[in-house]
Design a protein around this ligand. Structure first.
Ligand code: ASP
Length: 344
């Protein structure tokens, strides 16, 4: 419900949505990946660094929403903070494929008209989420992959980078660990779980025009077979938005998220069953996925700005700023004590 005198006076006059924009209703949630994230493996310094980046990403999106900017701007801005940080598995700091390269996936969806864009398996696009948005807004397609996606992004003015731009020592170390474990187990590329395998970043927002937008960006899973595409660029699996129900961004073992159509399933439950966003997301993550061994989590927001961030792993990097301006940051099951600071 739009608030304020103008909202009441003009609601019946079918004025443009921007006239009715109400920045008091905006809200955002972001994630930086789910996995075996436990306090024992974390130093206080690292925990602080993660919390600071999560907060910074949420604030970056929130400030744009408060300024009345479209949700797409906020989603891209929040995700770009995380793509630029080596702490997260997207952009710089993306995991390695078995062949020691980076292959990145991203997608974005806008809930007003269910427009969407995605790039998959790209190696030279500095900001995959920016490329996904260009596919949504400036092409007649929804998903572009590999060299075609890269050529498209470059033709639209996005900066190309060498694949080594995404390199970090800690991800290489993780690849070597996973490879050693796989060798021991006699496994081929891809597949199995472990602390080093997971990551991904994402954002979901409700903007001042009442639009829901979701976006996701990832390096995928450590030691994945080259050419493997996860759920993150798959609309309905890793990303979904529909103004009538919710916006979702997922993180976790992509093969499960694709097969269980996770993001769209959560929104469908709201639409057809009339359940709350937290109930819908909780059921899909902690019942449907859990019983088949699909590890991961989601962030989700509904058209009233209700936010939920469930996961079935020991931890998920996450943050939100609600309609009341309250900031929540979490890594493990419980939120961090810095919760409840209000957004600046
Ligand atoms: N969902 C991503 C993928 O499967 C990875 C992750 O979120 O951890 O590519």
């Amino acid at each position: 419900m739009r608030k304020g005198l103008f909202g009441v006076l003009f609601a019946g006059l079918a004025l443009s949505q921007s006239v009715l924009a109400d920045t008091s209703e905006v809200a955002i949630a972001i994630h930086g990946g789910a996995g075996t994230i436990v306090k024992e493996n974390m130093t206080p310094e690292l925990e602080k660094a993660y919390a600071k980046k999560l907060r910074e990403a949420a604030q970056a999106g929130y400030q744009l929403l408060k300024a009345g900017k479209p949700g797409e701007d906020a989603v891209v801005a929040a995700i770009q903070v995380l793509e630029s940080s080596p702490l997260f598995n997207a952009g710089v700091g993306a995991v390695y494929t078995y062949n020691e390269e980076h292959e990145l996936d991203a997608s974005i969806m806008q809930g007003a008209k269910r427009t969407a864009g995605a790039v998959a398996g790209v190696k030279t696009i500095k900001s995959p989420i920016a490329a996904a948005r260009l596919v949504m807004e400036q092409s007649e397609h929804v998903m572009l992959s590999g060299a075609g996606a890269e050529a498209f992004a470059q033709s639209k003015g996005l900066e190309p980078v060498n694949n080594h731009f995404f390199d970090t020592d800690q991800r290489l170390e993780a690849l070597n660990k996973v490879k050693a474990r796989m060798e021991q187990a006699g496994l081929d590329t891809g597949g199995q779980q472990g602390n080093e395998k997971m990551g991904t970043v994402g954002a979901v927002v409700l903007d001042a025009n009442g639009n829901l937008v979701a976006g996701t960006s990832t390096g995928g899973m450590t030691a994945k077979r080259f050419g493997r595409i996860g759920d993150s660029p798959v609309i309905g699996a890793g990303t979904f938005a529909d103004n009538e129900s919710c916006a979702v961004s997922a993180t976790g073992h992509g093969e499960f998220f694709i097969r269980y159509n996770v993001a769209a399933d959560i929104c469908a439950r709201i639409h057809y069953q009339g359940v709350s966003v937290s109930r819908a997301a909780e059921t899909v993550i902690n019942e449907e996925l859990k019983k088949v061994g699909g590890e991961g989590g989601v962030i989700a927001i509904d058209k009233r700005g209700n936010i939920t961030m469930p996961f079935n792993t020991p931890g998920m990097y996450r943050a939100s700023i609600g309609q009341d301006g309250s900031v929540k940051v979490g890594i493990y099951k419980a939120l961090l004590p810095e919760v409840q600071k209000s957004a600046g």
